[in-house]
Ligand binder design. Structure first.
Ligand SMILES: CC(C)(COP(=O)(O)OP(=O)(O)OC[C@H]1O[C@@H](n2cnc3c(N)ncnc32)[C@H](O)[C@@H]1OP(=O)(O)O)[C@@H](O)C(=O)NCCC(=O)NCCS
Length: 188
């Protein structure tokens, strides 16, 4: 598999991979919601890719994009773990079902980590769901000591995820992961 950073010419591919990810993580996405999300994603990629606010990595097999991961740059007030306040948020880690368990996501996420190091970013955050936690641990991530929480302020566009596979949050993490989290105290 070849891995490369996506550019403006890849917006349609990134949008397709975003929708493929969402369809799997939130089954039942309506055609109307998918269309609206696709439009917003294209706009997001157009704005964020040139400004370095987004790194999108593509893994290609036989010239086809089969794997991807995004890193969205976020700036926060500095803290001891993150002295310059810049945090990379990893998301949309996805490999096409026909290409899974061949190390593609591991390779793509590792390349994003390399890129983040080269950019001088102090820390990377992500929300791990289900078996993906093992993948992230293999790359070098460890529990951050805090749990994801959300308050919905507007109606949702996509159907709610089943309890076993949350779109984001900790509900799908392994028991081992959760037990370790409970023993820690967090900082954000
Ligand atoms: C999770 C996902 C990204 C893994 O992609 P992948 O290319 O198959 O991942 P890798 O081959 O690099 O897997 C690395 C390790 O992660 C773990 N892993 C990955 N998928 C797993 C699964 N279905 N069950 C158990 N462990 C799994 C394994 O430890 C694996 O190593 P191994 O194959 O040597 O045992 C892919 O299944 C996917 O796109 N799922 C839908 C979207 C999603 O859930 N993304 C993650 C959101 S946090």
């Amino acid at each position: 598999m070849d891995i490369r950073k996506a550019g403006l010419d890849d917006i349609e591919t990134l949008t397709e991979l975003r929708l493929a990810y969402l369809r799997e993580r939130a089954p039942g996405l309506s055609a109307t919601a998918a269309k609206s999300i696709a439009e917003r994603c294209r706009d997001f990629f157009r704005r964020r890719l040139p400004a370095n606010g987004l790194v999108a990595m593509l893994g290609e097999a036989d010239g086809q994009a089969v794997s991807t991961a995004f890193m969205v740059l976020s700036e926060r007030p500095a803290n001891p773990d993150c002295p310059d306040g810049r945090v990379g948020v990893i998301m949309n880690v996805y490999t096409h079902p026909a290409h899974r368990r061949r190390g593609h996501s591991t390779a793509v996420v590792s390349r994003i980590v390399d890129e983040a190091r080269a950019m001088g970013i102090s820390a990377l955050d992500l929300l791990a769901a289900g078996a993906a936690a093992l993948l992230y641990e293999k790359v070098g991530f460890e529990p951050a000591g805090y749990s994801a929480m959300r308050m919905r302020l507007r109606g949702k566009e996509a159907p709610r995820q089943s309890a076993s596979t949350p779109l984001c949050g900790t509900g799908g993490m392994t028991d081992r992961f959760l037990a370790r989290e409970k023993r820690r105290c967090g900082r954000s």
